[in-house]
Write a protein that binds this ligand. Structure first.
Ligand code: FES
Length: 217
């Protein structure tokens, strides 16, 4: 048999190896790639899952920021105001005198929304003449509805606000004026009344801002 014929009839040991060994190597490579790919996929899934779970768990600070706030109102003398904080916003609590309360309906004609028709600006139980649960206690978010400045309290009649001023709040940014119930005067750039937040009372001296009152509108 010639050298060339021997090569045709019977594969050499080397040729068997050269056919079978790569197949074994391929299997091992394939197994390695499958394992490695699964490991990378699992790592990716973990990396994705951790921030997602984290984002669903509010921090203690975030929970505290949205929590209701209890406020002692026993130290607010008639005619005075106190500022609390709720959800990072200033909330005014004003103890209106009888004279202040009596003044409110007298200037309805000068107001943009005297009857509180824009319902987003106060809870239904505060859609009344003084925008409050107790006629003397006003609870108002102290942020101007124009561009978000904090108005100044100008509680006294007249003074530097002019002789027609019956007491209220003045925003120095662009001149918006609000009365002692937070209702906006016509001609102000602020489009709506100041916001009255949800609130209720635990007892005569304890106001809670952030919890709705259980009462009929
Ligand atoms: S932000 Fe108050 S008047 Fe503009």
């Amino acid at each position: 048999m010639s050298v060339s014929d021997a090569g045709k009839d019977k594969p050499s040991k080397n040729s068997e190896l050269s056919f079978q060994e790569p197949s074994q190597v391929d299997k091992e490579k394939r197994q390695f790639l499958v394992t490695a790919t699964a490991a990378v996929a699992a790592a990716g899934a973990t990396a994705t899952a951790v921030p997602f779970v984290g984002s669903m768990l509010p921090s203690e600070r975030a929970k505290a920021a949205g929590a209701p706030v209890e406020i002692d109102i026993s130290d607010i003398a008639p005619g005075e105001i106190k500022t609390a904080e709720w959800r990072g916003q200033p909330v005014w609590i004003i103890n209106r005198t009888e004279e202040m309360t009596a003044e409110l309906p007298k200037h309805n004609g000068r107001l943009s929304d005297p009857m509180c028709e824009i319902t987003s600006q106060q809870p239904a139980y505060c859609k009344n003449a003084d925008r409050s649960i107790k006629p003397n206690i006003g609870v108002i978010v102290g942020i101007c509805t124009h561009l978000g400045c904090s108005p100044s309290a100008k509680l006294e009649k007249g003074g530097d606000m002019g002789e027609n001023w019956t007491g209220g709040f003045y925003c120095p940014c662009h001149g918006s004026k609000f009365d002692l119930a937070g209702r906006v005067f016509k001609g102000s750039p602020a489009p709506t009344n100041l916001v009255v937040p949800p609130h209720s009372y635990i007892d005569d001296n304890t106001l809670v801002v952030g919890i709705e009152a259980e009462m009929e509108a």
